[in-house]
Design a protein around this ligand. Structure first.
Ligand code: GAR
Length: 216
């Protein structure tokens, strides 16, 4: 089973979805550690409740981003993880960190990338009167939210939707697509080769898409 570390900053609902998927019979991966950048991350307690080892690399105790990234990298290497899943990790990683873990580093972002990189994605999708919105699991590259996308969860924006309502529905989709992406990588169906994604041995021309019109 592929050892996975999950890195969080907050409540950790995606981390929990990944961890629960890993605990199902036949899973191709296991979560070996959950790492937070702050003691107060609510997801730490969720991980402990699932009997997953946790560690904290407290961002505030490092003089700059580079030294934090060195400490985070050391913690992740010590965990033995071969895949790292950023799940609500709200910091920008240095190029050195990203290059060190190239092809082993995934992130989930709450938009249909390349739309709405950065923050406030739900409000921006509403303001643009988009018909659809969703979330993307992608390999991390030095360009923020810019790496190749493995899988997207896509849903229809409903009349009267608010950012909160949309966020709740997107979260439910995230909890499906992130474990799915981990499975695809762990089983070898998805591979990273020199900056490109291969799916079942062929270049992946467009992200895999899970459509959902489930109302929250
Ligand atoms: C998720 O919606 C994730 O897509 C988003 O943070 C949330 C974390 O929720 N990530 C980003 O915005 C990264 N740019 P969770 O802590 O409950 O998993």
């Amino acid at each position: 089973m592929l050892p996975v570390a999950v890195v969080i900053s907050g409540r950790g609902s995606n981390m929990e979805a990944i961890a629960r998927a890993a605990q199902r019979p036949g899973a191709a991966f296991k979560v070996v550690r959950v790492v937070a950048d702050r003691e107060s991350a609510a997801g730490l307690a969720r991980a402990q409740a699932l009997a997953i080892p946790t560690s904290v690399v407290p961002f505030g105790q490092y003089p700059d981003r580079e030294s934090f990234d060195v400490a985070l990298a050391a913690d992740l290497e010590a965990s033995g993880a071969r895949l790292i899943a950023l799940a609500g990790f709200m910091r920008i990683l240095s190029t050195g960190f990203v290059e060190r873990f190239a092809g082993r580093l995934l992130n989930i972002h709450p938009s249909l990338l390349p739309k709405y990189k950065g923050l406030d994605t739900h409000a921006r999708a509403l303001a643009a009167r988009d018909s659809h919105h969703g979330a993307s699991v992608h390999y991390v590259t030095p360009e923020l939210d810019g790496g190749p996308v493995i899988v997207q969860g896509k849903l229809r924006i409903l009349a009267g939707d608010t950012a909160d309502a949309l966020s709740a529905r997107v979260h439910a989709l995230e909890h499906i697509i992130y474990p799915h992406a981990c499975s695809l990588v762990a089983s070898g169906r998805v591979q990273w080769r020199q900056g490109a994604i291969y799916f079942d041995g062929s270049p992946l021309a467009a992200p895999l898409v899970e459509e959902s019109d489930v109302a929250a």
